[in-house]
Design a protein around this ligand. Structure first.
Ligand SMILES: Nc1ncnc2c1ncn2[C@@H]1O[C@H](COP(=O)(O)OP(=O)(O)OP(=O)(O)O)[C@@H](O)[C@H]1O
Ligand SMILES: [Mg+2]
Length: 273
C-alpha cells in the first residue's frame, strides 16, 4: 500500500474514532438526562397521587361536615328550648347556654370548612347590609365577655347586590375574632358608608391588636395564633370579599386594637334600595 494511502486510512480511522467517542459521550449524556427525567416523572407522580388523595379527603370532609350539620341543627333547636324552659333557674340556664355556644362554634367551623373546600361563589341578590350585620351579631351572641359593647352606625344607603349567606359568614368571622381579641369592657364598632358605587365597611375593635410580623399572614389559610384556632376564618373572609369583587385591608396597633376595612361594589346595574 502506498504511503499516502496509509495516511488517508489513518486519518479516516482517527476521524471515525473521534466521532465514535463523541457519540459515546452524547449517549452517556442522554442516559443521564433520561435518568433525571425518570426521577422527575416519579416525583410528579408522587405529587399527583398526594393531590388526588387530598382532593378525595376534601370531598370526604365536606360530606362529613354535611352529615354533622343536620343533627347539629336539631341539637341547636333543643338547646334553645332547654334554655327557655330553664329561664327561671339561672345556674342551669347558664349550663344550657354552654351547649348552645358549643353548637354555634361547631357550626361556624363546619361553615368555614365547607366554604374552604368549595371556594365560595356569590349568588347575588338584593341584600341590606344592616340586616346581615344584625344577623351576624345574633349568631355571635354568647361569645362576648362581660360589658362588651357592639356599636353599629350606617351612613347613607345600605343596600347592595350580594350573597346574604356568605356576607353573614364574613361578619361572623370578623366579629368572633374581635370578641376573642377584646377584654371585658371593650368595644367593637361596625360602620358602613356608601360614598359612591361601593359600600365601605369598617369593623374595628379595642382588642390586643396584631403583631407587625403577623399582619402579612393573617389572611393565609391555617395561620392562627390561637391554641384552638383553625386559621380558616380570615381566609374565608378574604375569599368572600373576592367573590363579591371587593377588597379588604387590615390595620392594627398592638395593644390598642384592630380595624378591617372592606370595600364592596354595590353593583349599580341591579341597584335596589
Ligand atoms: N381582631 C383581631 N384582633 C387580633 N388578632 C386578630 C384579629 N383578627 C385576626 N387576628 C389574628 O389573625 C389570626 C388568623 O385569624 P383567623 O380568623 O383566620 O383564624 P383564627 O381566629 O385563629 O381561627 P378560626 O377563625 O378558624 O377559629 C388569629 O389567630 C389572630 O392572631
Ligand atoms: Mg377567626
Amino acid at each position: 500500500m502506498a504511503g499516502d494511502q496509509v495516511d488517508l486510512l489513518n486519518s479516516a480511522f482517527n476521524t471515525f474514532r473521534d466521532a465514535s467517542s463523541k457519540l459515546e459521550q452524547q449517549y452517556a449524556l442522554l442516559e443521564r438526562k433520561i435518568e433525571d427525567l425518570n426521577t422527575e416523572i416519579a416525583e410528579k407522580n408522587r405529587v399527583m397521587e398526594r393531590t388526588r388523595r387530598l382532593a378525595a379527603m376534601g370531598e370526604m370532609a365536606a360530606k362529613i361536615a354535611h352529615e354533622i350539620r343536620n343533627p347539629l341543627g336539631s341539637m341547636a333547636i333543643f338547646a334553645t328550648l332547654l334554655e327557655r324552659e330553664l329561664a327561671h333557674e339561672p345556674e342551669k340556664m347558664k349550663l344550657a347556654g354552654h351547649i348552645t355556644k358549643g353548637i354555634k362554634t361547631l357550626d361556624n367551623l363546619l361553615s368555614n370548612m365547607l366554604l374552604f373546600a368549595s371556594s365560595p361563589a356569590a349568588r347575588r341578590r338584593p341584600v341590606d347590609i344592616k340586616e346581615v350585620i344584625e344577623d351576624s351579631i345574633l349568631l355571635a351572641r354568647g361569645r362576648e365577655k362581660e360589658g362588651v359593647r357592639i356599636r353599629c352606625s350606617h351612613e347613607g344607603r345600605t343596600a347592595l347586590m350580594g350573597d346574604a349567606v356568605l356576607l353573614r359568614q364574613l361578619f361572623l368571622n370578623l366579629l368572633l375574632n374581635a370578641l376573642d381579641a377584646i377584654e371585658e369592657g371593650g368595644t367593637i364598632g361596625i360602620s358602613t358608608a356608601a360614598p359612591d358605587d361601593s359600600l365601605e365597611i369598617e369593623v374595628k375593635d379595642t382588642g390586643r391588636g396584631i403583631d407587625r410580623a403577623h399582619l402579612d399572614r393573617i389572611f393565609d389559610p391555617f395561620f392562627s395564633t390561637k391554641e384552638r384556632g383553625t386559621g380558616l376564618g380570615l381566609a374565608i373572609v378574604s375569599a368572600i370579599v373576592s367573590a363579591h369583587g371587593g377588597s379588604i385591608e387590615a390595620k392594627s396597633k398592638p395593644g390598642r386594637g384592630t380595624a378591617f376595612m372592606i370595600s364592596l361594589p354595590i353593583n349599580p346595574v341591579n341597584n335596589v334600595c
